[in-house]
Write a protein that binds this ligand. Structure first.
Ligand code: SAH
Ligand code: SF4
Length: 335
């Protein structure tokens, strides 16, 4: 529900300007408890559900990454990851509880879909992390990546609403350049996203160099073909400062050969794009292995002849916080 609707629903005692006051407290000042907003009448402070997800548990990695298990109002839990890095830190947020897409290398897939998150729950993850880490609004700079649990484009309307909240100059004021959405490649939804005025940067999980290989690793792509994906990318309206990102999970002996690298380079050659390689982050029930660093480097060297190509450093691997590892793992299971 929108803040204004909730205030209206609380009855005629509360004038409408309270909605703006609450919006500013929550999104600009990042207050997670309205009791701290002294300008609001006590009755409203008691009644209003701010709805920022509660911390159920945290898991701290030796590299400084913190994985949060957050509880939503209906008791469902999701995961959010905080990755500090110098001046600018990154928050990885979920867009669904679980994920309906069944990529064979991803632990989140094993959860299945529980439900879509509301826009408030998507943004609430950033507010919760900011509160937990003591970040100051408009001082501490953040990157946001929609790469946690879920397929963002299967919850597009809430993801767009959340993006508007995150970028609102009157609210959290995070630049769209600092927000990235990653998708497994839901083609019609990429077209829809392209029509939005305010949208995150787009990253696409390629993960294979041929149609056949991609369909085996990501069965959803039997519906959304590689050829059409490249076409939609070619037509995508990039902003002047923007490049498409293609993510590629490297699986030992499966999609990590020199021939794969050459095919990836050829597929993407005519796009304004860069490639992020991710060596598999392993997990129980995932039937693949991580390639050796030399293999990753050799793959990168080949792609690099054609377009920019980087290797994504795994963060929070020891506490199941890295890409593809979000499955609410408890520490007892980790030992
Ligand atoms: N659902 C979206 C975003 C979340 S997944 C998507 O699939 O794009 C974020 C990234 O992690 C994707 O690029 C995905 O391919 C990658 N990934 C999934 N499982 C992985 C694993 N086990 N190891 C490394 N990367 C993985
Ligand atoms: Fe879902 Fe992304 Fe994992 Fe695929 S890789 S199952 S789309 S979270």
């Amino acid at each position: 529900m929108e803040v204004a609707d909730i205030v209206a629903a609380l009855g005629p005692d509360h004038p409408r300007f309270r909605a703006r006051q609450i919006y500013e407290a929550v999104y600009r000042q990042r207050v997670t408890d309205l009791h701290r907003v002294s300008t609001l009448p006590k009755a409203l402070r008691d009644e209003f559900p701010v709805g920022v997800p509660e911390v159920q548990r945290v898991f701290d990695s030796s590299d400084g990454t913190r994985r949060y298990l957050l509880q939503l109002a209906d008791g469902k839990t999701i995961e959010t990851v905080w990755m500090p890095e110098g001046e600018r830190s990154t928050v990885c947020i979920s867009t669904q509880a679980g994920c309906p897409v069944d990529c064979k290398f991803c632990l989140t897939a094993l959860l299945g879909l529980e439900r879509n998150l509301t826009a408030g729950e998507i943004v609430g993850q950033v507010l919760r992390v900011a509160a937990d880490r003591g970040l100051e609004a408009n001082v501490d700079r953040l990157n946001i990546v929609m790469m946690g649990q879920g397929e963002p484009l299967l919850n597009l309307s809430n993801v767009i609403k959340a993006t508007r909240l995150l970028t609102d100059p009157e609210g959290m004021a995070i630049s769209p350049r600092r927000i990235t959405l990653s998708t497994s490649g839901i083609i019609p939804k990429i077209r829809e996203l392209a029509r939005e005025q305010v949208r995150p940067k787009l990253a696409i999980s390629l993960n294979a160099s041929t149609e056949e290989q991609r369909q085996t690793l990501m069965p959803i792509t039997r519906k959304y073909h590689l050829r059409d994906l490249i076409d939609v990318c070619r037509a995508y309206p990039l902003r002047p400062w923007e490049k498409l990102t293609f993510e590629y999970v490297l699986l030992k002996g499966v999609n990590d050969t020199d021939a794969d690298a050459r095919r990836v380079a050829k597929l993407l050659a005519n796009l304004n794009a860069k490639v992020n390689l991710i060596a598999l982050n392993p997990g129980p029930g995932i039937p693949f292995e991580t390639p050796a660093p030399e293999r990753v480097a050799a793959f990168q060297a080949i792609v690099r002849r054609t377009l920019p190509c980087f290797v994504r450093k795994p963060r929070g691997l020891d506490v199941y916080a890295a890409c593809g590892q979000l499955k609410r793992m408890e520490l007892v299971e980790l030992q």
